[in-house]
Design a protein around this ligand. Sequence first.
Ligand SMILES: *Cc1c(COP(=O)(O)O)cnc(C)c1O
Length: 429
Amino acid sequence: MGQSVLMPAGYTRRDGALFCDGVALDTIADRVGTPVYVYSANTIRNQYQRLAAAVEGLPVHVHYSVKANSSLAILALLRSLGAGVDIVSGGELHRALEAGFAGSDIVFSGVGKTPAELERAVRAGVRSINVESEGELAVLQDVAHRIGVVAPVVLRVNPDVAVDTPHPYTRTGERGMKFGIPLDRVIAVARAMSHMTNVKLIGLASHIGSQIGDATPYALAAKALVQLKREIESENLARLTTLDLGGGLGVTDDDGSSLDLRAYADALRIAAAEPGVEILIEPGRFLVAESGVLVTRVLYRKHSGGKEIVITDAGMNDFIRPSLYASHHAIDSASSDAEPTLRANIVGPVCESGDFFANNRLIADVAPGDLLVLRATGAYGYSMASNYNSRPRPAEVLVDGSRFAVITERESDADLTRRETFAPDWIED
Ligand SMILES: *Cc1c(COP(=O)(O)O)cnc(C)c1O
């Protein structure tokens, strides 16, 4: 690939310079510094509208998966479009509430929720706790009993559906994986729940993986949930009003093939045909990935062992997906649309051989000081950034038309040590 991939919506070239909507990326780099994540608000709106159009007429509600990009301004933008959220931690609960979501807009997923997280979620009045194990259910019953409420529960089922994602780490819906309650245990759990006083079964959920390019596994998961729902209702164990089909919708310009939204809507229709149900979907990447780029400055070039190496000021601490998932991201020059003529490894400054963005990639012939742009980095970019090598995390900028704003300040060196002490305050046991 390389420069052959079409620019995602929101990104255009004018006289060689790369623009995000109405703002030149080099303007942002000059004002805010590099590395910097830049997001197009219009691209997020477009993706949301495309999805909404595809499911129009169906009782579908979008719950954005916060972990894809959890910045408050992004959450607030999605809230303004009508989305709820799917969270996986107490920290994400905090973010969702800060961004203005009501408890009833929030679905709480995750394989290892602590008692304290469950308590906070129940107190916040979340729409559902998506319970992933019998142990978690017991803890939730205790927590809800102590507070004196009945917690709404959706059982996350492991539907044993195999998906073909670009990397094994992004598959979650097969037997033996840590996610969800095994298919053959769900009815037993529903029976047990019918005797529990402080948890109420309201639905079933599945989330089978990420970067899924084919609608078939969604149809299989929908059928599995519908089948279980009917069994549960025929035994009069509960009346189910929610079927949650999770996220995972694949996008282009990364490493997956983009999902055909019409086929996806057909898969949702299988679940929506059940009377009296609301269908929830939890897209993360689909809504934000293509809206974002990571802008980084070239620091050095060198040759080694017959290879050309381009060293950038962004590293794996800023953007770990190529190292973690071997993900492919198109890399462009921000200032020139010259034909790519340089075959190089694009690497970061972190002291790890795994710190690279691309190997043997054909890019523009860049020099130190030039800006490079990694595409489709709006999802699982900043939200996975760390301080490894004591590198302050980058800034995030939102572009809306011809305006831009820093939505997350670049961390400072002082931020790195703010919670540490060189003089420990010992506690005697
Ligand atoms: C991560 C996650 C999602 C979102 O996945 P995407 O691939 O970003 O769409 C949705 N639901 C659950 C439970 C998740 O863990």
